[in-house]
Design a protein around this ligand. Structure first.
Ligand code: PA5
Length: 468
């Protein structure tokens, strides 16, 4: 096992002065942290924590591996129809684990593996262009993914894809070009899948969208595109062991959660910036933003009292965002915890050519590597944040591979669950997402939403002086 490393030291006052956390406050939170870890251990697999068991699931994984093997060479494109938790994990996997330009490579350079597209939106220009100009339907496999089987964005993508498959290839070909991943019983997708005899997979009851990357939701597209899903799950299982310990000073998920909680409570640091220094991990930061935001931004505590809690996640990319956001991080308000994600060994070592040796402004780069430069930029930003008295932590991956990405996903999922307990909220619901969905259904005339439509129509007119 090549384990991830965690460095939380720069979140404390010994490293960054009085803007840092007080170690005594961490010690004082001991009982709550231990109780949170114990609760997560004792209830694992229950209710909405079925995702804890995903690293050990074998039945669907075997079916996925067999399906991927049987489909090898048959498709040039795999298209995921889905949004949010049904899309972001797959995007993160693609960015991290296949060739950085996988979708741009010719077939032979992709080793005969299909390109992977994840729609994740309903922009009409983008959808129209994608379906008209990017794929050949006869060589495309669609995977529709929706736990609820009713999300408007996903179902509209699905309706469009089905119509186009039918028009271009004929109705009888739909089942050769469409797979469904959904709940075992709920929603309209399951009966359609059964009716049409589609290959299908189940998202277990206890696995919410944002915790589903290690379920068929992420695993099937990953396996179809050649990613090592067994190594991914093995990495998650290794991290699961580490994150079970109640000795919280040895538990990275517990420390990650507790530090963010204390930063918010004691230091008003209400933003969690994830900043990987590896382009391959860029979309892990995006996935983390959904996981952290949808899980922890809650209006009520477990006992029903008002909460309005949670730290707001932000994604950034090193070194790119040093030239965009870091000015704010070093000199703006003291409201952030920055989570650097570093990589010890990139797959390639790339040397910067030695030219203009007499020009001081360039000579220092001569013969050095991009790897060294990336590292220097990350450490440089870490030092700059410390000098500016800003809380920051670093997670280091020995390298970016399926095992280490599996570890990272799982650590962040467990940290989210533990943070939910510290905030005393339900980390596994998302009532705040419903408001917008219901209002959209009402505007689109969905049956059952007539009252909401009337309510929207009766809203007072907007103050005209602000309408330009
Ligand atoms: O994490 C979640 O639960 C959400 O982000 C969902 O994944 C998203 O709303 C899509 O839902 P569904 O998979 O039911 O279509």
């Amino acid at each position: 096992m090549t384990a991830l490393k965690f460095d939380f030291a720069n979140c404390f006052s010994a490293a960054i002065g009085e803007k840092g956390l007080d170690e005594k406050n961490l010690a004082a939170l001991r009982e709550e942290i231990v109780a949170a870890v114990r609760h997560c251990n004792d209830t694992r697999g229950e209710g909405m924590t079925g995702w804890y068991e995903l690293p050990y699931e074998t039945e669907q994984v075997e079916k996925i591996l067999n399906s991927a093997a049987a489909k090898k060479g048959k498709f040039d494109d795999v298209v995921v129809l889905g949004i949010g938790g049904s899309a972001l994990g797959t995007i993160a996997l693609r960015t991290a684990l296949v060739h950085p330009f996988h979708n741009m490579l010719p077939n032979d350079k992709r080793g005969g593996l299909p390109r992977l597209h994840v729609l994740d939106n309903i922009d009409p220009d983008q959808l129209a262009a994608f379906f008209a100009d990017v794929i050949d339907f006869s060589r495309t496999l669609f995977i529709v993914i929706s736990k609820s089987g009713s999300t408007a964005e996903t179902m509209s993508q699905f309706l469009l894809a089905v119509e186009l498959i039918e028009n271009k290839l004929g109705k009888d070909k739909i089942k050769d070009h469409l797979i469904a991943i959904t709940d075992k019983a709920k929603g309209v997708l399951r009966p359609i899948a059964d009716d049409w005899g589609l290959e299908s997979y189940v998202i277990d009851d206890g696995v919410g969208g944002r915790f589903s990357v290690l379920s068929p939701v992420g695993l099937l597209p990953a396996a179809l595109c050649g990613m090592d899903i067994e190594a991914l799950l093995a990495g998650a299982a290794e991290m699961d062991e580490i994150c079970k310990t109640e000795d919280f000073m040895k538990n990275p998920a517990a420390l990650f959660a507790a530090i963010h909680f204390l930063a918010d409570r004691d230091k008003n640091a209400r933003l969690s910036v994830m900043m990987p220094y590896a382009s391959g991990l860029k979309d892990v930061a995006d996935w983390y933003c959904q996981l952290w935001a949808e899980s922890l931004g809650k209006a009520v505590h477990d006992d029903g009292t008002p909460a309005f809690v949670g730290s707001t996640p932000v994604k950034a990319l090193g070194a790119t965002d040093q030239h965009s956001q870091v000015q704010m991080y070093t000199e703006g308000p003291f409201d952030k915890v920055t989570v650097f994600v570093g990589v010890e060994k990139f797959e390639k070592t790339l040397t910067i050519p030695s030219r203009f040796g007499t020009v001081d402004a360039l000579a220092y780069l001569n013969g050095r590597t991009f790897n060294e430069l990336m590292d220097a930029e990350r450490v440089g930003t870490e030092l700059a944040l410390c000098e500016a008295h800003r809380m920051n932590m670093t997670i280091t991956l020995p390298e970016v591979n399926a095992n280490t990405v599996g570890q990272l996903f799982f650590m962040l999922e467990v940290a989210t669950a533990i943070a939910g307990k510290l905030y005393k909220i339900d980390a596994f619901n998302q009532p705040g997402v419903e408001g917008g969905k219901i209002a959209a259904y009402a505007q689109m005339g969905r049956k059952g939403y007539e009252a909401k439509a009337k309510e929207i129509a009766a809203r007072p007119a907007k103050n005209a002086k602000f309408l330009l």
